[in-house]
Ligand binder design. Structure first.
Ligand SMILES: *[C@@H]1O[C@H](CO)[C@@H](O)[C@H](O)[C@H]1NC(C)=O
Ligand SMILES: *[C@@H]1O[C@H](CO)[C@@H](O)[C@H](O)[C@H]1NC(C)=O
Length: 406
C-alpha cells in the first residue's frame, strides 16, 4: 500500500515529463497542444513498436487507430447532401448544398486531404466536418478526394490529378450544377502539396476545356530539397509535426529506406557535388525568397560533399510533381491566383512562404496568410476534444478568402 503511494507521484512526474514540452510563448492553447502531442507521440511509438516486431507496417496500424477513434464521432448534416462517387477510378465524396430551384450555377472546391500522403481519409469526421462547413458557408459544391493508403509516389499524385480532371469535364460539372469559371483546387499539408502539383500539371495541359480559377494551399509541404530551412531549424521539435516525422513521411512517400533519414537531416542528398541538385539551388534561395524576420539565428546548411547516389536511387526527391516549389518560372507564371496559409510554429512555414514569393515574382496574384500563434495541422482541429482556437481562426480566414475570390 505504502509503495503505491510512493509510486503515484513518481508516475505523475514521469507523465508530466512525457507531456511537457517547451513551446514558444505565442502559441495558442499550449497545454491542450502538449496533450494532443503527447497522445500522438504515444500512439506513434506504439505503432513503431508493432512495426519493429514485424507485425504490421506502422502507418497501417496508425491509420487503423485514427479511423477507429474517428468512428466514435458523428458529424451530422441536415442541409448538405453527401454522396460517395468514383471519378475515373478514384473515390471522392461530394458535398452539395441544397438547390433552390432556378438559381445560378454554384461555385466549387476540389479538396485534397492531408495526413502525410498516407494517413486519414476524406471520410474521417475531421475532413467531413471541414468540407461540410465549406459547402455550407460558400454555398459551393465540395469534392473531397480520397487518397488510398499504402501506395507511394506517384500514385497519390496521379489519383488527385485523375479525379480533378474527371470533375473538370463540362458534362460532369453540369451534372453537379457547377459554374466552370468558379472552381478552386485546395488541400492542407500533404494535400496542399498535391493541390499545387495538380494545378501545375493542369496548366501544362493544352486541351483542357475548363481550368481552375484559384488554388488555396493550407500549410503545404512543397519540397524535399532542404530540411534545414529557417522554419525547419526553428520548429524541429514542434508538435504535431517535428522535423523527423516530416522526413519520415517523405521517406514513406517516395518509398525510401528509413536509414536515409540521417542523411536527409543534414541535406546530404543535395550537396554541392550532387549534379542534378545544382539547377534547383537558385530556385530555392532563402536569402532572396524569405524576409529577414523569418530567419532569426538561421545558419544555412550547404555541404560541399554528400551522397550523389541518394537522388540517383530516389529521383522523386527532386521531381517537381513531388516538390512543386522546384518548378521552373515558366510553369509558375501559368498558375491560378493563389492563397497560401502558413503557421509560424511549423517546420513547413518556409515551404509555403517561398512558394508564395516565387509565384508572386512570376506574376501570379498571391495572398500569403500568416498566423503567428498557430501550429501545423491546426485547421482541422475544431471539434471537441481536439478543439483549438487556432483551428477556428485559420478556417475562418481561409473560407473568407475563398468567399471573396471564388
Ligand atoms: C541567393 O540570393 C542572394 C541575394 O539575392 C544572392 O546574393 C545569392 O547569390 C543567391 N544564391 C544563389 C545560390 O543563387
Ligand atoms: C554524408 O555524405 C558524406 C560523403 O559521402 C559521408 O561521408 C557522410 O557519412 C554522410 N553523412 C551521413 C550522416 O550519412
Amino acid at each position: 500500500m505504502r509503495a503505491a503511494w510512493l509510486l503515484l507521484p513518481a508516475l505523475a512526474a514521469l507523465s508530466a515529463y512525457y507531456v511537457y514540452l517547451p513551446l514558444p510563448g505565442a502559441v495558442s492553447d499550449p497545454w491542450k497542444l502538449m496533450l494532443l502531442d503527447a497522445t500522438f507521440r504515444a500512439v506513434q511509438q506504439t505503432c513503431h513498436l508493432i512495426h519493429s516486431l514485424r507485425l504490421s507496417h506502422h502507418l497501417t496500424v496508425l491509420n487503423y487507430l485514427i479511423c477507429t477513434f474517428d468512428k466514435l464521432k458523428s458529424v451530422s448534416s441536415e442541409d448538405i447532401k453527401i454522396t460517395d462517387a468514383v471519378f475515373d477510378g478514384v473515390e471522392v465524396r461530394v458535398f452539395e448544398p441544397p438547390s433552390k430551384g432556378d438559381e445560378d450555377l454554384k461555385r466549387s472546391v476540389v479538396y485534397i486531404h492531408g495526413g502525410g500522403w498516407a494517413l486519414a481519409s476524406a471520410r474521417t469526421s475531421l475532413y467531413n466536418n471541414l468540407c461540410r462547413i465549406m459547402a455550407e458557408s460558400l454555398n459551393a459544391v465540395v469534392v473531397s478526394v480520397e487518397l488510398v493508403p499504402e501506395v507511394w509516389f506517384p500514385e497519390q499524385y496521379h489519383d488527385a490529378l485523375r479525379a480533378t480532371k474527371h470533375f473538370l469535364q463540362p458534362d460532369v460539372l453540369a451534372e453537379y450544377s457547377v459554374d466552370p469559371s468558379r472552381i478552386a483546387i485546395s488541400g492542407d499539408s500533404a494535400g496542399g502539396n498535391l493541390a499545387a502539383a495538380v494545378c501545375q500539371q493542369l496548366s501544362k495541359d493544352e486541351d483542357l476545356p475548363v481550368r481552375p480559377k484559384l488554388q488555396a494551399l493550407i500549410y503545404p509541404v512543397l519540397q524535399a530539397f532542404d530540411f534545414n530551412t529557417p522554419s525547419y531549424q526553428q520548429n524541429m521539435n514542434m508538435p504535431v509535426l517535428p522535423r523527423y516525422v516530416m522526413i519520415s513521411y517523405w521517406i514513406d512517400y517516395i518509398n525510401g529506406d528509413y536509414d536515409l533519414a540521417r542523411e536527409l537531416l543534414i541535406n546530404n542528398h543535395t550537396t554541392l557535388n550532387v549534379g542534378p541538385a545544382l539547377s534547383f539551388r537558385t530556385r530555392l534561395n532563402w536569402t532572396s525568397l524569405l524576409p529577414p524576420s523569418f530567419k532569426k539565428n538561421y545558419k544555412p546548411v550547404v555541404q560541399t560533399t554528400g551522397s550523389a547516389a541518394i537522388v540517383e536511387q530516389l529521383p522523386a526527391l527532386l521531381d517537381v510533381r513531388a516538390a512543386p516549389l522546384l518548378a521552373d518560372d515558366a510553369t509558375l507564371a501559368r498558375q491560378p491566383r493563389a492563397y497560401v496559409l502558413i503557421c509560424e510554429n511549423d517546420v513547413l512555414r518556409d515551404d509555403g512562404a517561398m512558394y508564395a514569393a516565387r509565384l508572386e515574382r512570376a506574376g501570379v496574384p498571391v495572398t500569403l496568410d500568416r498566423f503567428h500563434d498557430c501550429f501545423h495541422g491546426c485547421m482541422i482541429f475544431t471539434m471537441w476534444p481536439t478543439d483549438f482556437s487556432a483551428g477556428v481562426q485559420t478556417r475562418n480566414s481561409y473560407i473568407k478568402w475563398l468567399d471573396e475570390n471564388l
